[in-house]
Write a protein that binds this ligand. Sequence first.
Ligand code: SF4
Ligand code: SF4
Length: 403
Amino acid sequence: MQTSIPAQLLSHPDIAEADAILRSCVHCGFCNATCPTYQLLGSELDGPRGRIYLIKEMLETGQASDKTRLHLDRCLTCRACETTCPSGVRYGRLIDIGREMAEVRAPRSLSARLLRKAMLAVLPYTARISVALALARVFRPLLPLHLQKKIPARQTASITPATLHSRRMLVLQGCIQPLSTPNTNAAAARVLDRLGISLISAPGAGCCGALNQHLADPEGARAMMRRNIDAWWPHVENGAEAIVMTASGCGLMVKDYVAALKDDTKYADKAARISELTRDLSEILNRENLNTFAHIGRGMRVAYQSSCTLQHGQKLGGTVEAILQRCGYELSPVADSHLCCGAAGTYTLLQAELSRQLLKNKLAALHEGKPEVIASANVGCQMHLASASDLPVKHWIELLEQN
Ligand code: SF4
Ligand code: SF4
């Protein structure tokens, strides 16, 4: 694709990067075929190629409108288009740059800005979400039904083992997961303990930064990255073997710290090391001997929801599925498994109607193969699916404890 971005703009490294990405697109449109919003809305501007053109136009003219922002906002950042693209266009990075610019060139209304500020002030902080969640539970009967369903059921985590093994790995607790699905990390600790690995967490670490990143607040995201690096670094120096991610959305973000902090003279090297050590939980288990768990599934039928951040972002499609099969589970078929479930961070709140349609389609596909349980690799997807599913929705690691 030819571009003509003004030279003074190209001196900014992000714009130069966006220009290189734009030039790698050959506007073939193959990506539209696997884009969830293009499938739902059928309009060119709600597919990746149309959004790429909108970003190109914005960079060339320096102007954006409400229309530009609307179509960029509707993107789930699921990156299915990246998986499909034959030219390797790095769409995920391009939309981040485009969104940041659109925030400045086409400012939102005061109410929309306040809503986003409120989200950024609460959602990445466990203590604050805890208060919001407690209030939501108290006032649940007064809320509209669709919001009532979004309040996660209480889950308790059973006991975690003492950290006695010489093999030690860090685990990220994250922001929402300790409140909504605390058993995920507890189950991961117990399963890894049986494999001779102790999971440790660094109390100073928190949200990975993805929420800020996707709400066009890269500076806020970088502050969280630096805080996590500071919390993890003593453990890294003490020989932690890996930094384990039990939520694929967080894993994708932490693996990207290297790129996000590459120009930070103080943190660039540490960020590179942190990203290098970061592994999705499935990558860890995939390399271990799982004979102890070989029959744990007893042929139970599982519908596995392949999260976008694992399959398109981290390119780890098939890893969890292989582990579940090694552990004796039968995978029920799931049509269109490349499509997003509609959770996508804050999408469920900011694009509620599209999110609901995607959820409905995803649940129909998951239920089609008559499974007994649904499994996911990401807390956001798990909560989103559980809000409307009749079947239990678990993190896949919990299935390795099933009797
Ligand atoms: S598939 Fe790739 S090259 Fe083709 S239009 Fe989409 S992003 Fe551009
Ligand atoms: S990231 Fe997902 S929603 Fe956005 S353009 Fe690509 S395929 Fe479509």
